[in-house]
Design a protein around this ligand. Structure first.
Ligand SMILES: *Cc1c(COP(=O)(O)O)cnc(C)c1O
Length: 234
């Protein structure tokens, strides 16, 4: 297989796995939006999937790197929905508010205010609050109760529109543990965003997206399973 064929095959495998997870859990595949995490991908690989019309939602974790890529004319001509999934420093908020459609990793009100101030007129910046699933210091995000409080507070903003939660599961967690971690979050999400027509629960990465979708994720974030040079061992 050449690179293009490999990328298409990777995509089909991910799509098939998503469909199977929906089937096992009785979910409608239309509820799921695939977020293609392009942060480590080569420009040409991303362009290949864009040209084939396979991806629309894309995720980047660095503001400057995202800007350098997505402002290039060959990228800018595609319709994409751009998500920021990394740790957002307040001094990057102005640029992020311009460049991105979603901030999926919001974890403090100050940054939200900085974003609110810089969202261009007429634009709505969607935001997910990042929830921390373990008490490891190195994990970003907020413990669930604090995340829920922040989500309530964010509802007062005009241009930043809070519409769900995002979380990263600990590496190597087995399926039982993953379900234990995902379930309370799904329950909180259902309660807190009940009346909102457009909402997202972003759980699952390459290693755990099937379990995450079975547990209610609507925005799995997938990087290496789409773009890795060598998928063996993943
Ligand atoms: C890098 C990253 C991903 C994608 O991870 P893969 O394991 O490569 O699919 C998903 N979510 C976040 C927040 C990331 O930083």
């Amino acid at each position: 297989m050449n690179r293009e064929e490999t990328l298409v095959a990777n995509f089909q495998n991910v799509r098939q796995a998503l469909l199977s997870a929906c089937q096992r859990s009785g979910r409608d595949p239309k509820e799921i939006t695939l977020l293609a995490v392009t942060k480590y991908a080569k420009d040409q690989d991303v362009l290949t999937l864009l040209q084939k019309g396979l991806i629309v939602h894309v995720g980047e974790s660095r503001v400057q790197q995202a800007q350098a890529r997505w402002e290039k004319p060959e990228f800018a001509r595609f319709h994409t929905v751009k998500h920021f999934i990394g740790h957002l420093q307040k001094n990057k908020a102005a640029k992020a508010a311009e460049l991105f459609d979603f901030i999926d990793s919001l974890d403090n009100f100050d940054t939200a205010l900085a974003l609110e101030k810089h969202v261009p007129q007429g634009k709505t910046l969607r935001a997910l609050v990042q929830v921390k699933l373990t008490d490891k210091e190195t994990q970003s995000g907020l413990p669930l109760e604090e995340a829920r409080q922040l989500a309530r507070r964010l509802k007062t903003l005009q241009r930043v529109r809070v519409c769900g939660y995002m979380a990263i599961a600990p590496q190597g967690a087995d399926e039982t543990r993953l379900r234990q971690l995902f379930r309370p979050l799904k329950q909180a999400f259902d309660e807190d965003f009940k009346s909102l027509p457009e909402k997202y629960l972003s759980l699952g990465m390459s290693a755990d997206f099937e379990t995450a979708v079975e547990e209610g994720s609507s925005l799995p974030r997938i990087g290496s399973k789409l773009f890795a040079e060598n998928l063996e061992g993943l």
